[in-house]
Design a protein around this ligand. Sequence first.
Ligand SMILES: C[S@@+](CC[C@H](N)C(=O)[O-])C[C@H]1O[C@@H](n2cnc3c(N)ncnc32)[C@H](O)[C@@H]1O
Length: 307
Amino acid sequence: MDDKLNVYHTPVLLKETIDLLFTKADGIYIDGTIGGGGHSEALLAKLSSGGKIFGFDKDPEAIEHCKEKFKNELEKGENSRIELFNECFSKACSITRHRGEWTGFLLDLGVSSRQLDESRRGFSYRAAGPLDLRFSPHGRTAEDLVNAVDEEELAALLRKFGEEPFAKKIARRIVQQRKIAPIRTTIDLARIVESVVPRRSLASSLSRVSQALRIAINDELNVLHNALHSALQCLGNRSRIVVISYHSLEDRIVKNFFRQFSKGEEASSSMPKIKILTKKPLVPSEDEVKNNPRSRSAKLRAGEVVF
Ligand SMILES: C[S@@+](CC[C@H](N)C(=O)[O-])C[C@H]1O[C@@H](n2cnc3c(N)ncnc32)[C@H](O)[C@@H]1O
C-alpha cells in the first residue's frame, strides 16, 4: 500500500479539542465528522463504561475505517461506548435525540488526509482524478455542476464560496471549453484555470476554485449553519460545542453563531445562551504545523451551552 495511505488522518489540535470538549466521563458525545477516528479515540480513552460517542461521517469509507479501528469496542454490542452512523452531521440531533442529552458536540470540518490522497475522489487539484468532490457517493458531482450551470451562476459561486478574484474569467472559459468537450477531470479544470489566471496566482486560484466547488456540491455552509442551530435542541446544560474550521467562510458561521447566542439575542425560555470559551480562535502551534502541514489553516472555537 502507498505509504501515504497507511495514515488515514492526523487529528488536528487534538489536546486542545479534548480539553475543551470533555467534561464528564459518563457523558454523551457527538463526533459529527469522525473521519479517521483520531479525536474519538482520544475521547474514548477518557470515558467510563457509562459514556458514549455517536460518530457520524457522510463518507462510507470513513465509517468502514472506524468499524475496523474501534472493532474491540464495537464487539461489546449494547455495551459499546461508540456507535457509528453513515449520515450527515446535520441529522445527528434527530437521530440521537431519544438517547439522551448531549454533553459535547465536535465538528472537525472539511476533508480528511485520506480523502485528499485518494485521487479518485477529486479533492486534490494536484492529482489527476475525476471531478467528483462529494463526501458521500450520492447527489450531483462537481463534474455535473461545471458542465451544467450557466456562466453567471458559475462566476457567482466561485466568488461566493472561493472568494476567487478571477471568477468571471474562469467561468467564461469553462463555458467556452465545455462546448468543445465536457470537463471531466481535475486536470481538465486545472488547464482551464491555468489558461486565464496569471502564473503567480495559479496555485491559490486552483485551491480556491476547488474549495468553491466542494462547498457548493456538499452545500457545506448551509449544512453547518443548520447543524449548529439544531444541535441546541439536543445539547444539555453546561455542554460543550467545539468546531475546527479550515477556511474563513466556515469560521465566520461558527463565530456568528456563538456571538448570536452569547449576547442572548435569541434568549427565550426554550433557548440557551452560549458562553464563549475561546475569545480568539485557537490555532495550531508552529510544531504542529511543522509535523502536520495540513493543520496550518485550522481555527478552533469552543462554547459552553447554558440554560
Ligand atoms: C477533517 S476530517 C475529520 C477527521 C477526524 N476528526 C479525525 O480525527 O480523524 C472531516 C471528515 O468530515 C466528514 N464530513 C464532511 N462533511 C460532513 C457532513 N456534512 N456530515 C458528516 N460528515 C462530514 C468528511 O467525510 C471527513 O471524513
